[in-house]
Ligand binder design. Structure first.
Ligand SMILES: [Zn+2]
Length: 314
């Protein structure tokens, strides 16, 4: 198999896990002084791509020290149990709220199948392999680990999910941000920069907490965000402001439609209008049908997450 990956600078590689489509779900490989770490793994089906990337870059499996998981949503962590079978020296780091679900993924599996169905799980996520407890380390806020000559620091980042950490890489002044600094597809880049919006995924979306987390991360004065969806972008105060604005925009839609009939469908339609409008204001000239195709997966998940949030909070 020929993996697709993008070599960035500072020893960081963005691997296209090819989950669902190209340019959608990334995993990252960090190399330093002959040692390596993955940040997120994609799902179970992405593992062959990750291993093929190691081979293509002549990195020995024994030289991978870490699998660092930003959170346990399956497009980020679903492959962790499978990949560590191939990485004899790797330890998995995860938020304390995620650790037990990696050791015993039965609840995680059930949760995903309840939302997406068994067929989707098998076809697009594949499987979920438990991770032996002695290979899991809980990443606390402020914890640091060393990879070669660089230091990677964990930051507790609730808001998208309560089991979310970001990883601060001082070397590149970059945040491996999982879903916390939003999603931004390269197809929507214009001369105004990147279009960024929030994945309001079920079941722990918490807008106020998320906005505080974004402000907290900006105190690091980052230069880059390594987004899972998709690839590295420069992340400025304007990027943070845009993300916060659209968290508020999504929440406003949800609140307005709280009592509407066929609420989920209506929220989805309004979210699509919202995204098409912000894309248009951003100078995006892609065909609308192309835009709809690219937003499709997010619309479903974001509408579900907003629905869960409405039921819990208003
Ligand atoms: Zn997520």
């Amino acid at each position: 198999m020929k993996p697709i990956y993008h070599e960035l600078d500072f020893g960081v590689t963005c691997i296209d896990t090819e989950h669902m489509r190209k340019d959608f779900v990334a995993a990252y490989l960090i190399e330093d002084e002959g040692r390596a770490a993955f940040v997120d793994t994609g799902c179970y089906l992405s593992v062959p791509t990750l291993l093929a990337t190691l081979d293509a870059k002549s990195i020995k499996h024994e030289n991978v020290d870490y699998v660092l998981l930003t959170h346990i949503h399956l497009d980020h962590a679903g492959g962790a149990g499978e990949i560590i079978k191939h990485l004899p020296n790797a330890t998995v780091y995860v938020h304390e709220r995620g650790a037990q679900h990696l050791a015993d993924p039965s609840k995680l599996r059930k949760g995903v199948i309840d939302v997406y169905g068994e067929l989707f799980f098998k076809q697009f996520l594949g499987d979920l392999i438990p991770i032996p407890k002695d290979r899991i380390v809980v990443a606390q806020d402020g914890d640091e680990i060393t990879l070669g000559n660089r230091v990677l620091k964990f930051i507790d980042t609730p808001g998208h999910a309560r089991h979310h950490v970001c990883i601060w890489d001082e070397t590149s002044r970059g945040v491996f941000s999982g879903d916390t600094l939003g999603v931004s597809y390269r197809e929507f880049d214009t001369d105004q920069g990147e279009l960024i919006f929030p994945p309001t995924t079920p079941v722990q979306f918490d807008p106020d907490t998320w906005k505080n987390t974004i402000k907290h991360l900006m105190n690091l004065n980052p230069k880059y965000a390594y987004l899972t969806h998709f690839n590295r972008i420069e992340f400025t105060q304007n990027s943070a402001d845009m993300l916060i604005q659209h968290i508020d925009g999504f929440v406003d839609i949800a609140k307005q439609l709280k009592q509407s009939e066929s609420r989920h469908k209506t929220i989805k339609e309004h979210l699509l209008d919202y995204l098409l409008t912000i894309a248009s204001n951003h100078g995006v000239t892609l065909d609308e049908s192309q835009q709809v195709r690219l937003f499709k997966g997010d619309l479903e998940i974001c509408a579900q997450g907003l629905g869960v949030w409405l039921d819990r909070n208003t």
